[in-house]
Design a protein around this ligand. Structure first.
Ligand code: FAD
Ligand code: SF4
Ligand code: SF4
Length: 490
């Protein structure tokens, strides 16, 4: 080991890479489970500088880095790991932020076990390099040290781009276009910036200050936000097309998939996002009548969450923190076939959530309000066309689960946008997603582009960032080409 400086702090740095032979994998410490069940603070502590350096030094600097290949942003992971191991954090930040607009957010909430870390060559045998935690450490440190600066474009262009949706796709595109010198106007129906980062994902995974500081930075960079502005209600797509040289649609998918069965309309059966938005707003200090009345509050209740994705995991863990008396997650497949991150399942189990695998709801009982769910045991069959194992109900396999709050977390679909926005020319796929040319990101409307969940369906933050960046590059070349054509015609 050799001594190195992290700001004022002197730390011991590893002398070389490939330390996986000597150093075991170490994730950032998790907060005590009894403590974290009672608050909404993030559960992972930040690495200390020497821990981050040591963990980064485990990387074997692969010639063909599978971690990089499986990161949707193709982050230069081996390079910034080496720099972090050497204590050159400002350089590591420069490299990391060159390919990712929000590395500290991805470091916290990417399902790394399915992406970079799940594909690290050390995963089998030694334990993957803790890539996400180092990525988060680098950018959190950059913010603390003042290395993250507002954008000052080399030249200001007279043209503007309108972006609808202030989620990760819209924000990544806004940053990239502002860097090119465009005036950027972002419109969102919410009163805060961040999309699902602010109102969907709970604080214990992503503290809201992390999102709010990005909002402040974008404003300081000159991005103009028009909040409480709903496309199709307060403003039309036609107006935006006239106002801006190009428009990007990044509005995400929000229509909850519905449950069927008798009693499904009983009070106390609520959509997951309504429940999570109420909880996040409460945490941000907003008045939330449906929370105060108890409708969207799990305190003192027997909670049943239906679904097996990230949204379901966020609901069960929110219910624990709100003081539910019991929290059960009903999922019709088994643990191995669950779409949610295994890391999140483990965290939920530690916090006291009971998973009822191979169980599907059939009917809901209660007088006015729900009191119980009748579920049926399922068995797995042969894989279907998509490769996933089919599920079939077991004959006579019924059982009752007591419940005063049932949260439906079955996924999301897009709303019928051409109708809502009165834009019949806007083409959508048979699933209702906005149709784009995947090379140009342009929709069927000239000069109108689309990115993020509204194109790919409910996905991941890291993919939304990737799409936002790619769409911004295509918007830039579209505007340049249009200007050249106009010049040639003069
Ligand atoms: P969004 O984040 O949905 O943003 C869309 C924005 O458009 C919103 O601000 C919305 O208000 C605005 N908008 C919509 N319609 C209009 C309109 N008509 N006019 C004006 N504005 C409009 N991904 C991960 O990688 N890790 C996780 O841990 C994770 N957890 C999740 C937990 C939950 C509960 C949910 C629901 C999703 C989670 N995801 C997670 C998925 C991730 O949040 C999304 O894939 C990502 O946010 C999509 O980004 P986006 O910019 O396309 O859309
Ligand atoms: Fe891994 Fe996500 Fe970071 Fe890529 S962006 S390196 S997938 S944590
Ligand atoms: Fe390092 Fe693992 Fe990536 Fe190889 S796959 S470069 S060991 S992080």
């Amino acid at each position: 080991m050799c001594a190195g400086a992290f700001g004022e702090k002197e730390v011991l740095l590893p002398e070389r890479m490939l330390q996986f032979v000597h150093l075991p994998q170490q994730m950032p410490e998790k907060r005590n489970v009894l403590r974290r069940r009672t608050d909404f603070d993030e559960i992972y502590r930040q690495f200390e500088p020497d821990e981050a350096a040591r963990q980064a030094s485990r990387c074997s600097q692969c010639g063909v880095p599978f971690c990089l290949i499986h990161c949707p942003l193709h982050n230069n992971i081996p390079d910034w790991l080496k720099l972090a191991a050497e204590g050159r954090l400002e350089d590591a930040y420069e490299i990391s932020s060159a390919t990712n607009n929000f590395p500290e957010i991805c470091g916290r909430i990417c399902p790394q076990d399915r992406l970079c870390e799940g594909n690290c060559v050390l995963e089998k045998g030694h334990g993957a390099v803790t890539i996400g935690a180092v990525e988060r450490f680098i950018t959190d440190t950059a913010f603390e040290r003042g290395w993250v600066k507002p954008i000052r474009p080399h030249r200001e262009l007279a043209l503007s781009v309108g972006i609808v949706g202030a989620g990760p796709a819209g924000l990544a595109a806004a940053e990239e276009l502002r860097r090119q010198g465009y005036a950027v106007d972002v419109y969102d129906r919410y009163d805060r910036v961040g999309g699902l980062l602010i109102y969907g994902i709970p604080n214990f995974k992503l503290e809201k200050e992390v999102v709010l500081r990005r909002w402040r930075l974008l404003e300081e960079s000159g991005v103009r936000f028009h909040l409480n502005t709903t496309l199709g209600k307060d403003i039309s797509l036609e107006t935006l097309r006239q106002r801006h040289a190009a428009v990007l649609i990044a509005t995400g998918v929000y229509k909850p998939r519905e449950l069927g069965g008798p009693g499904v309309g009983l009070e106390g059966i609520v959509p997951a996002l309504d429940y999570l938005i109420a909880s996040n707003r409460k945490g941000l200090g907003d008045p939330v009548p449906a929370f105060e009345s108890g409708l969207l509050n799990a305190a003192g209740k027997q909670v049943v969450v239906i679904g097996g994705g990230d949204t379901a995991m966020d609901c069960v863990r929110t219910a624990v923190r709100q003081g539910a008396t019991s929290v059960k997650c009903l999922y019709r497949r088994d643990r191995a076939n669950m779409p949610g991150s295994m890391r999140e399942v483990k965290n939920a189990e530690e916090e006291g959530v009971e998973f009822v695998w191979l169980a599907a709801p059939e009917a809901f009982f209660g007088e006015g309000s729900v009191r119980a769910v009748r579920a049926v045991r399922m068995r797995l069959g042969m894989p279907d066309a998509s490769g996933r194992q089919s599920v079939h109900p077991e004959e006579g396999g019924h059982f009752m689960v007591p419940a005063d709050l049932v949260i439906k977390a079955l996924g999301f679909d897009p709303e019928p946008l051409p109708v809502l926005w009165n834009e019949p020319q806007l083409e959508v796929t048979r699933h209702g997603m906005v149709k784009i040319n995947h090379r140009t990101f342009m929709t069927s409307l000239p000069g109108v582009f689309a990115a993020g969940d509204i194109v790919r369906g409910a996905s991941l933050v890291v993919w939304a960032i990737r799409d936002g960046r790619d769409a911004a590059a295509q918007i830039h070349s579209y505007i340049q080409q249009s200007a050249q054509l106009a010049e040639a015609a003069d």
